[in-house]
Structure formats: C-alpha cells, structure tokens
Design a protein around this ligand. Structure first.
Ligand code: CS2
Length: 479
C-alpha cells in the first residue's frame, strides 16, 4: 500500500480564518490541498470553514463524522500518491445549520478570506453585471437577511461587518471564468449598491476581489472510484477524492489584509492573471468541451478514451494550437507547444475516468468563454475555425439527448428547459436557428453574422449526416 501522508500540524492551533463556499471535489483536491501544504510548512493558524449551499448535507455530515479529514489520491497510470487533508475545522450548510450561521461566519471577526468554487452559474451575471432578474437574486434583493445565493450570502455578511466596523475581506474566486475576480466584484458590488450606497462604497474601497487561475483535473467521484480508492487505502473513505498529480494556481496578489503563504507551496502570486486564465480556459477547458461533446456523441465515455482515437487526439492538438493559441497573449516565458503537449498527456491519464458527460454539463455557461470568445477573434481576423465550429455544433447535437449509438445523453444546464422545448419543437436548420437566439450564450452579434450562423449550420448538418469522427477527420489539417 502506498504511504499515506497525514497532517503533520496540530489541528488544535487552527482558527476559522478562511471560509470556503462551494465545497465539492475540485475544492477538496485543489484549494484545500494547497492550503494543507501551507499548514504543513508554516505555523499558520488559518483553519478553513467549508460550506455548501444547495445539495450535499449528507456529504458534510460524513465529513464531520471524520472530523473534517479526508483522503486525496493523486493518480497517474498505475501510480497513486495518498495524503490526508486536515485543513477543514468546521462545515456549514443552510439546510442543516440555518442561513444565519453562514451569514455569521462571513461576519466573524477572525475571518480574513472567502474562497469560492460555486461554478460559472453561481455568480448570477448577465453581460458582466449582476442579473437582477435572476430568480435567486430577485428573492435575495427582496429579503437580503435570508439569502439563498452565494452572492446574497456574502453581501449580507459583508454588510454586517461594515455596520460593526470590522475589517474588510478578500473574496477570491476559484472558478473557471475569465477575470473571475472582476466578475465576482461586479456581482457583489451591484448587490451592495442596491442595499446601501455607503456600504457599496466600502465594498469598492476596502474589500478585494483578486482573480485566479485554478487547474487540476478532478472527476466527480463515482462508486467505481470510491472502490478504487478503498482498494489502495485499505479501507473506504466516503469523503475521499481522486485527481491527477498536476496542479496549478496563479493568483492576483491583491488582498485586503493578511493572506495564507500559499506562495511557499507552489502557488504563483502575480500582478496580472489574465494571460494565464485565458490560456488555460481556451486551451484546456476549450478542448475539454470539444472532446466532451464529440466524445459523448461518438459513445466515448471518458476523456482518456477520446485520446485513444487518433483523429480526436490530433484534432485536440490542432484546436489548441491552430484555433485557440492565435487568440492569446501568451504569459511571459510559456512555450505553447509544450503546454499543449502537457495537456494531451494529462488528458490521456487513463487512471482518471473523467467522464465526457460530466464536462458536457452547463454548456450554456461554458461555451461563451471557452469557444465563442475565440470565434469573435477569428471573425475579425478571417482565420479558419473548423474544429471550434464542430465543438459548438456538437453542443447543439448533444442537447438533443441521444448519442450516435442511441444512448441517453443527460442535459444538465440552467437553460435546459428552454433548450428542451426548442429540441422538441424544431429540427435541422430551424433547430440551429432557434438555439442561436439564446442571447445568454451567443449574445446578438454572433447570430447577426452570416458567416457565423452559416458555419454552424454547415457543421451541424455535417455532424448529423456523416457522424462525429468522420466530420472531425475531414477538419484536420494535412499532417
Ligand atoms: C472541465 C474542468 O468540467 C469541466 O468543464 O473542463 O472542470 C477542468 O477539468 C478543470 O478546469 C481543470 O482544471
């Protein structure tokens, strides 16, 4: 059995200095692993309170039973490295502890930092501003002391700090959005302005919202992965997580007060995160979405299965280097071809079982920054984008709910009701045309471009008539 690295620090020294909202597989394998490393290296007293807001009471109960300690297994081929993370000192869930307990946590005088993994949709934004007509935001604006959304919760807790004359906080977004700090700031600032102008100014002037680029492939746990972990651990750990060995965290160095010394354990603190965020979102996440739709439609279960299809592998590299890379300002010193090769290696990690249908979720929230923003650039420069077109058309095809083998493809998306109605009422060219009217995804400029809509129509027809793998093969540049 591989050696199990246990927390080497005295957990009794930990106080609740950091509040993580959105405790899921990714946060457990990324933010909390960096934090745990930092606790091993320093005398820091930064304990973490971890919350989930919607589902997951049972998961938090299980974590409490284990005193907040869980196993992380870093897997590559047949190798596995095991560690236990002990950074969490308390868990909170509104359905179990009451929302007041979470608001009080934000307003706790000991607290310095909030970290967030609430997914793209958790920010409730429209065109970069708080979406006042989002159902959860409408409710939270009407009764701010009983918030349901993460944005409403943080704002209410900050308001209590402001009223009590407590120090401001840093709110650090760790979600896959470009300029995630700015977007998080926009949502909270707009909410605060609505409550009180003086409070809004305090949020502007005193609180900080650094951006960050987060990276670690962490598939959702399944029965099979729990079994796999139990075999190497010698016992089950219901709170355990499996992920890849690679991890990266680039953080804008802009904090309201103290910050954890994550730089001692590999996090990069920089002035400008934007080039890193864009590179990762377009190369890694963009090709992930391409593979998710193409792979799921072709009946391929995991990303590493996709990498066993020579044409999909070539297409993935071509998408990265010929269609996404030309739209980037590269971070200083990064070799893009090497970065792409490393991504291909990471995608090929067959120990991970990262399911195509998992990555296919929330397409309406992911397409804009991963695939559509680069297309805007292509339309300006006149560059060709055949694989991006297949990825977008692939999402459309996927949304009809059937793979090429007739298997069921689940549609988990905040816009699923509207998408399903369009799918049931239209087909062919009309279906594509109707989906393009979803302005939350395509805005109005893209559907107004004849080049764009014709390209997507053609790609969609091709996927339907020739199938995914043939369409992809036809889009490949000569070797
Ligand atoms: C994936 C990401 O599910 C998805 O959309 O593209 O979760 C991806 O695995 C991570 O961003 C890797 O850092």
């Amino acid at each position: 059995m591989p050696e199990l690295l246990r927390p080497s620090y005295h957990r009794t020294r930990l106080r609740p200095r950091m509040f993580h909202i959105g405790l899921g597989a990714f946060a457990k394998a990324h933010v909390l692993v960096f934090h745990d490393d930092m606790l091993r290296r320093t005398e820091s007293d930064w304990g973490v309170v971890a919350a989930r807001l919607h589902s997951g009471v049972a998961e938090l109960d299980l974590l409490d039973e284990a005193d907040g300690i869980y196993t992380v297994g870093e897997m590559s081929g047949d190798d596995i490295a095991l560690r236990q993370v002990g950074a969490i000192v308390k868990t909170l869930h509104p359905a179990r502890d009451g929302i007041e307990a979470l608001i009080a946590q934000v307003a706790d005088p000991d607290l310095c930092l909030i970290t967030l993994t609430i997914t793209e949709k958790g920010y409730c934004l429209k065109d970069g501003r708080l979406d006042r007509y989002h159902p959860a935001i409408e409710k939270d604006l009407a009764s701010p002391d009983r918030p349901e959304s993460a944005i409403g919760l943080i704002t209410e807790g900050l308001r209590r700090r402001w009223r009590a004359g407590l120090p401001p906080l840093t709110i650090l977004s760790c979600d896959n959005l470009p300029s995630n700090g700015e977007l998080c700031y926009a949502a909270i600032r707009d909410f605060a302005d609505h409550l009180d102008a003086g409070f809004g100014n305090w949020v502007r002037e005193a609180c900080r919202f650094p951006s960050s680029m987060v990276d670690r492939i962490t598939p959702a746990m399944t029965q099979a992965s729990h079994k796999q972990l139990a075999e190497v651990l010698g016992r089950p750990d219901a709170n355990g997580i499996l992920c890849e060995p690679f991890r990266q965290w680039v953080i804008e160095d802009d904090f309201a007060g103290e910050r954890p010394a994550w730089d001692l354990v590999g996090a990069e603190l920089v002035d400008d995160v934007a080039p890193f965020e864009k590179m990762k979102l377009r190369l890694l996440n963009g090709s992930h979405s391409f593979l998710a739709y193409a792979g799921a439609l072709a009946g391929l279960e995991t990303i590493s299965d996709c990498m066993l299809e020579p044409d999909l592998l070539r297409a993935c590299r071509q998408l990265m280097l010929e269609e996404q890379a030309p739209t980037l300002d590269m971070p200083y010193g990064v070799d893009i071809a090497l970065y792409a090769d490393t991504l291909i290696d990471r995608f090929s990690n067959s120990a991970l079982h990262h399911k195509t249908v998992q990555i296919a979720t929330d397409g309406s929230q992911k397409l804009p920054q991963r695939l559509l923003a680069p297309v805007r650039d292509h339309l300006k420069t006149g560059r060709a984008w055949p694989l991006t077109a297949l990825a977008i058309a692939g999402w459309m095809h996927y949304c009809r709910g059937r793979s090429e083998q007739g298997g069921n493809l689940p549609l988990n998306d905040p816009l699923s009701a509207r998408i399903k109605t369009i799918a049931s009422e239209t087909d062919g060219a009309k279906y594509v045309e109707e989906l393009l009217t979803l302005s939350e995804i395509f805005s109005t400029d893209l559907p107004a471009s004849v080049i764009f809509s014709t390209r997507i129509q053609t790609a969609y027809d091709q996927l339907r008539s020739e199938g995914v793998l043939k369409s992809v093969a036809a889009a490949l540049s000569p070797a």
